[in-house]
Design a protein around this ligand. Sequence first.
Ligand code: ATP
Ligand code: MG
Length: 410
Amino acid sequence: MKKGILIKYGEIVLKGKNRAVFENILMKDIRAGLKELGQIDLKKEQGRFYLQVPEDDDGEWIDRAIELLQHVFGIIGICPVDVPESDDLETIGDAMVAYVKREFDRPCTFKVFAKRADKKYPYNSLQIAAKLGERVLHETDGWTVDVHQPQVKLYAEIRNQVYVYGKEIKGLGGLPVGTGGKATLLLSGGIDSPVAGWMMAKRGVQLSAVYFHAHPYTSDRARDKVLELARRVSKYAGPIPVYVVPFTRIQLDIYAKCQHEKLTIIMRRIMYRVAERLADKEGAQAMITGENLGQVASQTLASLECTNAAADRIVFRPLIGFDKQQIIDIAKQIDTFETSILPYEDCCTIFVAKHPTTQPRLKDIEDDEKKLTDIEEEIREAVDGSELYLCKPEEIVKVRTSVHGSEGED
Ligand code: ATP
Ligand code: MG
């Protein structure tokens, strides 16, 4: 008998024209997510997708496919299915009994659910369920019906093909990446920003990222850690272009000229301005940070207000109301935590004041910032000198040594 995987997706946004757009993007995301399996046979199937399992699979292919599907946003359920040869009720019953005997090693209580797409099918859904239920009841040992709280829900769906199954693996939910526009993530080596990017990708946003690198104060290992974080997030979000911005000159300038209690806020404001230029290059309408209310001095309401004022476009801070533990839990779930806690220095920890202000006033910040008389040129230099990498699940490739440099070096 043919085997496959029935893929279920959320229905919230599936109205009118949106439905086809959503389905096509999700199909593309699934193909991209399952790339390592080579050419796949994936079909639309009335509110679901059907993925054919190769006939010679000994179980390895399907296990890997399920694992990869659990990384694709927009999928809510993943069901390994048997596909009987014909849609006559005898054959479906044979398949269901065989499925039960094969998949479960002890008797359970069960209920059968049936769906038929074609209303001309000789039996209605309730009749189908009743007939199949009877067969399972009589042809298996110890299985009994419980219509209220069954341990196992057995399904028969009669669509273009027939699907028989009794297990559903939860998908991630969210929306397919590419349905929610583009945004640029300010990605540091910490715990928070990779999680922030992941959360926006979960709402369908396609990511690019910017990392501010203060060489030689921050080492190449610190940069590589950030690229590795992007690679890990790309398992969910798809390939992520990461700009590595040379930030040393700007940081030294701020350090030399501005009041030290204002350092972090001014630095973050300049980061926003550089990131915005790079967001433009990527066609991104928004920016994302891992900022979280009250976590540190630069993330009080007053501080965030001052930083935010430097940005011309919307800045998403999806972690704003989370406790640290909740963020850590997600970081562990998405497998970025272990990388994030590697002990490499970060530009913000090196140029940091002993007593940063927690109640800055925008006017004071702006006045102090005026001391940075070369900042426009410095920003331009930082943008132009950025290196570009592409972080994909299987590899990290350097695309350009600088935005104005030549392609494909190194
Ligand atoms: P994270 O765990 O993401 O580093 P954090 O709690 O350490 O966050 P901060 O260091 O104060 O917070 O930074 C706040 C946010 O500013 C980060 O989440 C990130 O979005 C951005 N950011 C900070 N440093 C950098 C950097 N070197 N490059 C890019 N973005 C940065
Ligand atoms: Mg940080």
